[in-house]
Design a protein around this ligand. Structure first.
Ligand code: FES
Ligand code: FES
Length: 248
């Protein structure tokens, strides 16, 4: 009795005598053709090869090639020098930093995580929730604040970048019950609907008019181009800003 190998094919388990696999005769295995496919494939390649020469590698050639590449890859792994984990230098990422910043005229010394955004520090750590968090990815402008005189998106600045900077948020504009002229103009011109974009629009407007009090309509549109209003109140928003620029 020749030694046998076990095969599983199409969910069925059967034994195949080694001598059958090693002959050139296709084996009919209970009506299913398992290893015999190799032989058939080889036979058809031989016919083609007889007619056209060696057209493509046989399955056996392919498997041999795979074996060589796998062995080469294994050898390459051995050749690469391994880092000694115990002696490699330990690099610590910055996990926390202390920053000093001025927000709305008040000095703050803040311990912040290296991945915190300025927006999160303003809203969550200091409680200045007038600055809105909408897209959180520099797309809408709702989080606009002024840093050292420039309009910036607080969601896209790390808190550590505010170190030694002056930040102004929407909360700094009114004085008690008295609205800032920009806020008053937005109300007068009915320049909002839901109001969610309004703090960002107003801060962008303030940064513009602080540096260019007589801005033209083109300059106003350019300055507010990073602020999206989902309610599409743009005509009234730009009209409100223009009314201030024309009075200056
Ligand atoms: S929340 Fe910052 S740009 Fe939208
Ligand atoms: S007023 Fe609603 S998003 Fe601008």
């Amino acid at each position: 009795m020749p030694p046998a190998r076990r095969f599983v094919s199409l969910g069925r388990d059967f034994e195949l005598p080694i001598s059958v696999k090693d002959t050139d005769q296709p084996a009919n295995l209970n009506g299913m053709e398992g290893v015999a496919m190799d032989k058939k494939e080889d036979a058809s390649i031989s016919r083609e090869e007889k007619q056209f020469g060696k057209l493509r590698p046989s399955r056996r050639d392919f498997l041999k090639g795979m074996g060589v590449s796998t062995a080469a890859a294994a050898m390459a792994t051995v050749v690469v020098p391994q880092l000694e984990a115990e002696t490699a230098p330990l690099v610590k990422g910055i996990r926390e930093a202390v920053i000093v910043t001025e927000i709305n005229g008040k000095k703050y010394r803040l311990a912040v995580k290296s991945h915190w955004t300025l927006l999160d520090v303003l809203r969550r750590e200091i409680g200045l929730t007038g600055t809105k968090k909408t897209c959180d990815r520099s797309s809408c402008g709702a989080c606009t604040v002024i840093m050292d005189g420039k309009a910036v998106f607080a969601c896209s600045l790390l808190a550590v970048e505010a170190d030694q900077r002056k930040i102004t948020t929407i909360e700094a504009l009114s004085e008690g019950e008295t609205l800032h002229p920009i806020q008053a103009a937005f109300i007068r011109e009915d320049a909002y609907q839901c109001g969610f974009c309004t703090p960002g629009m107003i801060m962008s407007t303030k940064a513009l008019l602080d540096s260019n009090p007589r801005a033209s309509m083109a300059e106003i549109k350019e300055a507010l181009s990073g602020n999206i209003c989902r309610c599409a109140a743009y005509p009234k928003i730009t009209k409100a800003v223009l009314s201030l620029a024309q009075k200056a």
